[in-house]
Design a protein around this ligand. Structure first.
Ligand SMILES: [Zn+2]
Length: 311
């Protein structure tokens, strides 16, 4: 029973600083789910604060914030970042040629989800479910490292990825990353609303504390993933926004580099901007009930881990 013992873990690696966290806990009467915040992919594009709004050097620090969720009987990953095959470069054609160059992607084994899962004392087989915000290469690369996991994604996203047309679509979606997946679970938005957002509840095999919140715009079938722990919600909003300043309820702002990147990668500009506005309202009206974060904001990742951002 791996989820009821005293546990030691260390697994925080950033672009320029290696930090070790040590946490002990006894989960005898604890919450039904426990959340670990992982960085599963680092990008350091030239431009510094023009991309992340905070770096003082030439290079920005852009993470890939994934979640490892301990439920009562299994592990759930929310997004996977890059995988071992990406790091080892053992398979041609997995990664696109353009974006890793532009983003100056740093591929390191210690950043992969599988490495961090093992560092926490678990095995790949303990990860029974992977819930994806979308299928972009920087979110789906680690799927192959968990061959027994069920993959949960919105129907529209799977369809868009399988029928990718145009340069951007063929660069972002890399079918070789999920070619061996046999257990897909795909969804339409049809559940009871969540804070006014459409939602997908009853994810098959998962507890009711985990649900999907469609947030299209960055991709056709993009969705956030909401998780309830200790009486509060946390929303992994994926790439629906990319910088904390975009949800600033007083003075919304965004570094110009990220603004340009979002515009290039967007499949529906109007829907993307509408969702940012709705997320800002969610923060304004329910900020004490819901913590919202973007996949690529390193400052938010550090805050949620109680550490100091690098850069
Ligand atoms: Zn991304």
């Amino acid at each position: 029973m791996p989820f009821s013992a005293i546990r030691l873990y260390n697994c925080y690696t950033t672009t320029s600083v290696v930090t070790f966290e040590t946490t002990f806990y006894i989960q005898c009467q604890g919450p039904r789910v426990r959340i670990h915040h992982l960085n599963c992919g680092s990008h350091c594009p030239v431009g510094g604060f023009l991309f992340d709004g905070s770096s003082k050097g030439l290079l920005a620090n852009i993470c890939t914030h994934c979640l490892l969720v301990e439920t009562a009987d299994c592990l759930v990953l929310v997004d996977t970042g890059y995988g071992l095959k990406d790091v080892m470069r053992t398979s041609a054609g997995r990664l696109p040629l353009t974006w890793p160059l532009i983003l100056n992607t740093r591929l390191r084994e210690q950043d992969t989800a599988i490495h961090q899962v093992k560092a926490l004392g678990f095995s790949a087989r303990d990860v029974r479910h992977i819930v994806l915000t979308h299928l972009d290469f920087d979110h789906a690369g680690g799927i192959a490292d968990f061959p027994e996991a069920t993959i949960h994604v919105m129907s529209g996203e799977r369809q868009a990825a399988e029928t990718a047309r145009g340069f951007v679509a063929r660069q972002r979606y890399r079918p070789s990353m999920w070619k061996d997946v046999t257990d897909w679970r795909m969804y339409e938005a049809e559940g009871e609303a969540w804070f006014g957002f459409r939602s997908v509840r009853d994810l098959r095999g998962l507890p009711p504390e985990i649900l999907m919140v469609p947030l299209p715009g960055h991709t056709f079938g993009h969705a956030g993933v909401a998780i309830k722990s200790d009486g509060r919600w946390i929303l992994n909003a994926g790439d629906s926004f990319m910088h904390d300043g975009q949800l600033d309820v007083v003075h919304p702002h965004c570094p110009v580099g990220i603004e340009v990147y979002q515009a290039i990668m967007s499949t529906d500009r109007r829907a993307r901007l509408d969702n940012i506005e709705r997320l800002r309202e969610l923060k304004r009206n329910h900020g004490s009930d819901v913590s919202i974060f973007a996949s690529h904001d390193g400052v938010q990742l550090a805050a949620m881990r109680g550490t100091t951002p690098s850069g």
